[in-house]
Design a protein around this ligand. Sequence first.
Ligand code: ADP
Ligand code: ADP
Length: 233
Amino acid sequence: MIELIDIEKAYIRKKAEPFVALRGVNLKLEKGEIFGVIGRSGAGKSTLLRSINLLERPTSGTVIVGGVDLTALGEKELQEKRKKIGMIFQHFNLLSTATVRDNIAFPLKISKLSSKAIKERVDELLELVGLTAQQHQYPSQLSGGQKQRVGIARALANDPEVLLCDEATSALDPQTTDSILSLLKDINRKMGITILLITHEMAVIRSICDRVAVMEHGQIVESGTVLDVFLNP
Ligand code: ADP
Ligand code: ADP
């Protein structure tokens, strides 16, 4: 479902040599799996995640999602393909001046669905994440866990094949983390969506990932099933 082939990323800097954040990264995710990438701050996890929807364009290498080479697409085709790659963030990235309902509707409006179709889809998504009662509230009125539920509903609006999670539970307490992780697991099971998450927390990997890769200094230094990587010497 996702294939990264020999990805290099050098960040160009103004008064210094380019900084190489990814060096020869190869990764292959099967459809429907939950894959975790773990590593210390600065290891290159976020750069890796953002390479998949080309929010960061790799300096070289190939990014294939659902059989399509994204690095070969023009801007317009890429915009279309990006709708099928949902993303959630550590700090949620909600529109503070829009209600829960309008935050979730936002990507559907960009996709130019009819208002009837938008209403029906938003109702469905509100139910999926358990926020029907909060639909007219603003983000500032919600708990962290509720905000992330809005983020998840918004990410799923266009029915993506892939969900990218950027430290999605790192701003949440342990109990809320568990409830968000079990929601992600449910969504993975029900919709067959492929999930790639990055985290610095081992507990997150243990809780929901099928496979894991360990990153250090811009490289994947180990990968395999969670059992293989963390329990076998
Ligand atoms: P992680 O998500 O594992 O913390 P990142 O991918 O955010 O790692 O960053 C990897 C490295 O790349 C870090 O050393 C960071 O400072 C550097 N980096 C990230 N973004 C930029 C940028 N825009 N310009 C220069 N260096 C960057
Ligand atoms: P730290 O342990 O804080 O990452 P290091 O001295 O190991 O400190 O690394 C300093 C910087 O150089 C880091 O941002 C890292 O990404 C980069 N770096 C470390 N090791 C390598 C390496 N083998 N090849 C290229 N860059 C490296």
